[in-house]
Design a protein around this ligand. Structure first.
Ligand code: SF4
Length: 291
């Protein structure tokens, strides 16, 4: 996994014509994350046009989207109506049906999701207005024009706090919050957008009702921004090389591993073709066993 940046080490500065600023790399956390996970997947997603055909939709993505939108719409209600009784209507109206094995599995998953939301919302203060819900924050560095949509940005004790909802199977710990480049970039951008400190980042895992948190320092945020800039330089250099005629397979190498079974482009990728693909509903099957 190209966490370090061999190419950026060889490209010390952005070199434009004298006096001409180099273009910034426009990115979201997911764009950078895709490259860091697998450069080839990045190429299939963002460089190749037309993009190779993706596999079918994933049930876990449908579940995540449904829960996120229900929470967004819960906050859009007037404070007096923000109770748990609003949840069945909210979840039903935002429910995404794609990717499930069958209607029975979908029903079980819906019931589970409603239960998670019920518990989660019961612990929220309906009077507490976040600074933003699914709020886009954007900022620029010397290399990046960053924008991203944070699930929620809370105002606490004069500071902004980044909240990211998770609906995956496994719980998360403080190391996940500390190591998340996406959360750090949101915090870096939110501090600039809201003109207040933003150091705390939190992962709210709805299935377990747990919160994994990390308090960043200026230095740890700066380190994450530097890593993001290194990745951006690598990507820009690879894109330029391909535009100049270099072999795209070499510039965007595969990174075979456990992610391949879940990769949308497995069927188009020589490394992915070797791997047994997961069923679209594989990541929600455990919910039926827990019934
Ligand atoms: S199948 Fe694996 S190696 Fe190929 S693009 Fe997807 S993640 Fe990368």
């Amino acid at each position: 996994m190209p966490r370090t940046s061999p190419r950026s080490a060889a490209v010390p500065e952005q070199l434009g014509f004298a006096g001409m600023p180099e273009r910034l790399f426009v990115c979201t956390p997911s764009k950078l994350g895709t490259y860091l996970d697998c450069p080839r997947r990045y190429r299939y997603s963002y460089v190749d046009r037309p993009s190779p055909q993706k596999g079918p939709p994933w049930a876990h993505n449908s579940l995540g989207a449904s829960v996120h939108t229900a929470l967004k719409n819960w906050y859009a209600l007037p404070a007096a109506r923000r109770g748990t009784e609003a949840l069945p209507t909210l979840l039903k109206s935002t429910w995404v049906r794609e990717g499930y094995r069958d209607v029975d599995q979908e029903r079980v998953t819906y019931r589970k999701a409603l239960g998670w939301l019920d518990t989660y919302v019961a612990g929220l203060d309906p009077e507490q207005e976040p600074l933003g819900v699914e709020r886009v924050v954007a900022t620029k560095t010397a290399v990046l024009a960053f924008n991203g949509r944070a699930d929620r940005i809370d105002a606490r004790d004069g500071e902004a706090v980044i909240v990211d909802y998770k609906t995956g199977r496994t719980g998360l710990d403080a190391d996940d919050a500390r190591g998340s480049q996406a959360l750090a970039l949101y915090a870096y951008a939110a501090a600039r957008v809201f003109r207040r400190p933003c150091r705390r980042v939190e992962l709210h895992h709805l299935p377990s009702g747990t919160v994994a948190a990390h308090e960043h320092t200026e230095e740890s945020l700066a380190r994450q921004v530097t890593r993001a800039e290194d990745a951006a330089r690598d990507i820009m250099a690879a894109e330029k090389a391909v535009a100049a005629g270099a072999d795209a397979d070499e510039e965007f190498p595969t990174n075979p591993g456990s992610l391949c079974g879940w990769c949308d482009f497995r069927r188009s990728c020589p490394a992915g073709a070797e791997v047994h693909g997961k069923e679209p509903w594989a990541a929600v099957e455990h919910l039926e066993r827990a019934e």
